[in-house]
Design a protein around this ligand. Sequence first.
Ligand SMILES: Nc1ncnc2c1ncn2[C@@H]1O[C@H](COP(=O)(O)OP(=O)(O)OP(=O)(O)O)[C@@H](O)[C@H]1O
Length: 302
Amino acid sequence: MLNFRPQEKTTLVRLSNAGVRRNGRWLVRGVDFSISRGEIVTLIGPNGSGKSTTAKTAIGVVKPDEGSVERMAGLKVGYVPQKLSVDWTLPLTVERLMTLTGALKAREIEEALAATGMLHMAKAEVQHLSGGEFQRALLARAIARKPDLLVLDEPVQGVDFSGEIALYELIKQIRNRTGCGILLISHDLHIVMAETDTVVCLNGHVCCRGTPQAVSQSPEYLKLFGRRAAGALAVYSHHHDHTHLPDGRVLHADGSIAESCFPGDGHHHHDGAENVHDHDPDCGCGHHARLHGFGPSEKRDA
Ligand SMILES: Nc1ncnc2c1ncn2[C@@H]1O[C@H](COP(=O)(O)OP(=O)(O)OP(=O)(O)O)[C@@H](O)[C@H]1O
């Protein structure tokens, strides 16, 4: 059930040509995208491609060294980082985890835990939670202050496939109920939430972007995981034709090495005609995405 008015297209955050440089190396460069209220943007990319850096830049934890980041005035962010610095040797209940970074009213804690299906575990020790329960507890903490933008850095880490589907379902429900914008970081290059409006693939810069669309039905997949799984996940498959070396230089498919990688640098090849070029045709990056959606034929409750 959609409780917010989707026509409200308020831009929450906009990155324009944003770049972050550390120790003489560009961690990310030329990043352009925006997130509006009710929108889901997913960042994908190989390890070290700059996903977390980009997310931190979007919320203001990291300042861009070039380009700009605009945020809606008074933007409230709920952030679930990739790693938590918590002393796991100390006892910590789910309830206490909720207030580690700031006070919350009992009612706010209760509502957030209920929304993530964790109310019955309020008194449970965090150390004993399963991977899926732990991620739900972190989600509860992030939504408790009713953020305009929810930033989730790998929210399905340590969660099995069924748990992953359930978590994506929950994230979708939170978006539908509150109308917040969601910036998701996916550790998986191939699987993103089907509800994602825009997938931004990073590899030190924006390689490509696209909309995960349901274009096919896989009987094996549906048999294995059921129809609900088909509605929750889509596959976004593509490849990179260059690798970013540890020193920041770029190794291209033809073996040549360049200082940086930008559209029109002449080091990218184009795929065969069978690929669907679903990203910005002007990007010129030479990366092409093919979407194999395991799509639902039925209309979802978005
Ligand atoms: N503060 C920093 N100073 C120097 N280098 C950094 C800093 N933060 C990140 N890096 C480097 O920047 C690159 C991008 O890191 P980032 O964590 O953004 O990538 P990622 O795509 O999120 O990676 P992963 O999938 O492994 O989590 C990495 O090579 C990382 O070592």
